[in-house]
Ligand binder design. Structure first.
Ligand code: ZN
Length: 257
């Protein structure tokens, strides 16, 4: 097994193996405030001007893979709407995430009364904090991308179908995967963490603090590297999640948990 795949297995859905950029676009960074982040952007051949021309108030920017934030009527594009739907579904109606015309995410409390689950409460707290942060991170969204398996640390791209496959399981959910990717990109784009492993570890900690389930280090890959078994430490003992991956198309086929 080449070391690169071991690294991918460690992430489950992070893929530092190859940086494929099929449409020739480079990832864009906005609103860097740390020298490390700027240096890292430079290192990747980033245009500094891109950062400077952006609105300082932007926080988390989500764009479609073609760079669009909204469709011709300036409603969220299909991919952006799917991302919002995942987050809002898991916020259980107590909070709602929406997006401005410039792609900035924001969250508002609704007037729904009752008690949200612990996960929904923690998710809302994390998003509130992230969206209120003075720094800006940018992610892009694709669907069934052959360059992204789940989420890419290299490009900040999320593959919606892969993420939707997680569903709302007891160990992991689609929203907790999104949180993981947000936390990882925050490490990279704002804290200047250019190495995947430390950024990924921090993202796991954030994810665990929200879901309460700790993803353990041990993992096995069977059947020609296409099945990933991930143990989780839960309040009911160790439980396993099984992810079936199509390596050729870089797709998650099935998640059982
Ligand atoms: Zn990761």
């Amino acid at each position: 097994m080449p070391p690169a795949w071991t690294l991918a297995a460690a992430g489950g859905f992070d893929n530092p193996i190859v940086f494929i950029d099929p449409d020739g676009k480079t990832p864009r960074w906005y609103g860097q405030t740390s020298n490390e982040a700027v240096d890292y952007a430079d290192q990747l051949g980033e245009e500094r001007e891109d950062a400077e021309e952006e609105d300082e108030d932007d926080k988390v920017i989500i764009k479609d893979e073609d760079g669009d934030v909204c469709n011709e009527n300036c409603e969220p594009s299909d991919n952006v709407q799917r991302l919002l739907n995942i987050l809002n579904d898991e916020l259980e109606g107590f909070n709602e995430v929406d997006i401005t015309d410039s792609g900035e995410l924001f969250i508002t409390k609704t007037d729904k009364v009752g008690e949200a689950s612990k996960f929904a409460t923690n998710l809302a707290k994390y998003l509130e904090k992230l969206f209120a942060d003075e720094n800006t991170i940018e992610l892009s969204i694709s669907d069934q991308s052959s360059a992204t398996l789940g989420g890419s640390f290299a490009t900040g791209n999320l593959d919606l179908t892969d993420i939707e496959k997680y569903g709302k399981g007891p160990l992991e959910s689609s929203a907790s995967v999104i949180v993981h990717e947000l936390a990882e990109q925050y490490e990279k784009q704002i804290n200047g963490v250019s190495d995947f492993i430390p950024a990924h570890r921090t993202a796991l900690e954030v994810q665990t603090s929200i879901s309460g389930n700790k993803r353990l280090e041990n993992r096995q890959i069977n059947r020609g590297n296409r099945i990933l078994i991930i143990p989780y430490e839960t309040s009911n003992g160790v439980q396993y999640m099984r992810i079936t991956i199509d390596l050729t198309n870089r797709s998650i086929l099935e998640v059982k948990q």
